[in-house]
Design a protein around this ligand. Structure first.
Ligand code: AMP
Length: 215
């Protein structure tokens, strides 16, 4: 099964992705996580990506498409299926993903769009913290403010691009580019919509039901 989670920044994709891969055994492919690792490791790719990420813009299509092509042809991805989180974000990326999956005789089985009221997003993102070790996501408003991760003891930090000014630019990138994938997948794929304005557990219950019906 190959699934994509679609949603604005702060819609809860990362939180839901962790639960989905745990239950369904999919490989979690988050282009944001791959890019943040490249930035932390100061690779040439990371240095190129950082400029765009710090500005709240998108990293060029050819860069992310190359990363994804490499990952989806690894044996574990072919065997277990992939959960795409934060990719594709543009129509050219969506076209490239369709073509790359087709080369392996695969397709996206479902796109799950997590929809959240825009007013709630800035508050959610500025309250977000993440573990540098295992990637677990916390919300200081609902979980409390931890310095170390409750799962792995890693350092809990605030992403550089989770400031209010950058969030507004990321939301603009979503509106201008990524939101166009909703009509795209309604026409070219199997699109499901879930209400993301609920607790993570309630959102997950809806997603899990959709994926069980597909499996
Ligand atoms: P995320 O963790 O998914 O919110 O991604 C963080 C940042 O990484 C985004 O604001 C973009 O700058 C960059 N990024 C992640 N995924 C993509 C993608 N599929 N296309 C372009 N840029 C991306």
């Amino acid at each position: 099964m190959n699934i994509m989670l679609l949603g604005a920044p702060g819609a809860g994709k990362g939180t839901q992705a962790a639960r989905i891969v745990e239950e369904f055994g999919l490989v979690h492919l988050s282009t944001g996580d791959i890019l943040r690792k490249a930035v932390a490791d100061q690779t040439p790719l990371g240095l190129e990506a950082k400029r765009h990420m710090d500005e709240g813009g998108l990293v060029p299509d050819e860069v992310v498409i190359g990363l994804v092509q490499d990952r989806i042809t690894q044996p574990d991805a072919l065997e277990r299926g992939v959960l795409f989180d934060g990719f594709p974000r543009t129509i050219p990326q969506a076209d490239a993903l369709g073509a790359a999956l087709a080369e392996s005789g695969l397709a996206l089985d479902a796109v799950v769009s997590v929809e959240v009221d825009p007013e709630a997003i800035v508050a959610r993102i500025t309250a977000r913290r993440q573990c540098r070790g295992c990637g677990k996501i916390f919300n200081v408003a609902t979980d409390g403010d931890f310095a170390v991760c409750t799962e792995c003891g890693g350092e809990v930090y605030q992403r550089d691009d989770d400031t209010e000014a950058t969030v507004r630019k990321r939301l603009a990138a979503y509106d201008e580019q990524t939101s166009k994938l909703i009509p795209y997948y309604a026409e070219h794929g199997t699109l499901f919509t879930v209400d993301g304005n609920r607790s993570p557990a309630d959102v997950y219950a809806s997603i899990s039901e959709i994926l069980h019906d597909l499996a």
